[in-house]
Design a protein around this ligand. Structure first.
Ligand SMILES: C[S@@+](CC[C@H](N)C(=O)[O-])C[C@H]1O[C@@H](n2cnc3c(N)ncnc32)[C@H](O)[C@@H]1O
Length: 255
């Protein structure tokens, strides 16, 4: 695709597969197209590897974390389970929300919690809200440990941010969805991979091998889940789509 911005004429021209369209630069459609390209260039530039939350590196697009904050505040889950801990920034962010809300705790699973990350997470002032489980997220013994932290009747939100291959995310969806309570979500993050194959730091095969396809296939087999972007709690704009690394990620349990 060829994108031409003319700030003097205030237009954006999109040339794609032989067809050409010129739209108002100051429009919802132009903002969405600019956001898509901003996300792609930002991925390449490792923008998401440039933030911390309360001292811990967090590997997330800030837009996704702000939307997640809205969901956690609205749902106030008893338990937040996240696969993929890395430096612990997202666990600490969720723990900080639990503390502020006065409810909830966080269970983090990672195949390898490096000693310096474990030490920093365990020494963090919010560690009392966090449980760390080390092992592959789909291993039987890991699933048993996660299950031991979810009591009957508790509301549960699950975030999948570990290995982002189609097969692994699908296996995680099958294994973790049983804990998700009606009205809550299981979130298959980083489906943006589907739009990154032609980006220099993207990966060959990502157009097919990505979490968004796993989420769609899971939803097709499990009618108790629908893919639904969480509602925005405040919106005085005409915009309505998340700027995100997580397209088709939010699987809501409807029954
Ligand atoms: C993208 S990072 C997680 C980022 C973190 N959620 C954050 O927001 O800062 C992905 C993590 O998944 C872990 N991982 C990879 N394969 C895994 C598996 N099979 N089970 C559990 N964790 C895995 C990696 O070790 C890595 O720490």
């Amino acid at each position: 695709m060829k994108l031409t911005l003319d700030t003097e004429a205030r237009t954006m021209t999109l040339d794609d597969s032989g067809s050409s369209r010129t739209i108002d630069l100051y429009s919802k459609e132009a903002f969405e197209e600019l956001s898509r390209q901003w996300v792609r260039v930002g991925w390449n530039e490792k923008y998401l590897y440039s933030f911390t939350w309360l001292g811990r590196p967090i590997i997330q697009l800030p837009e996704d974390m702000l939307r997640m904050q809205e969901v956690i505040f609205r749902l106030k889950p008893d338990v937040i389970v996240e696969t993929g801990v890395a430096h612990g920034g997202s666990l600490v962010l969720y723990a900080s929300l639990c503390k502020l809300i006065g409810k909830g705790r966080v269970v983090g699973v990672d195949i390898e919690i490096r000693p310096h990350n474990r030490k920093a997470i365990e020494e963090h002032p919010l560690f009392e809200y966090i449980t760390l489980i080390e092992g592959s997220s789909t291993a039987t013994e890991v699933l048993e440990q996660v299950g031991a932290h979810v009591s009957p009747g508790q509301s549960v939100l699950v975030i999948l941010d570990s290995n982002h291959t189609y097969a692994h995310v699908l296996a995680e969806l099958e294994a973790y969805s049983k804990w998700v309570t009606p009205g809550s979500y299981i979130v298959a993050t980083d489906g943006v991979m589907l739009d990154l194959e032609d980006v220099p730091r993207g990966g060959a095969g990502w157009a097919d091998d990505n979490p968004a396809r796993a989420a769609r296939d899971f939803a097709a087999k499990h009618p108790e889940f629908v893919i639904e972007q969480p509602e925005w709690l405040f919106n005085e704009s005409a915009l309505d789509k998340n700027i995100t690394h997580w397209p088709d990620a939010w699987l809501k349990r409807v029954r």
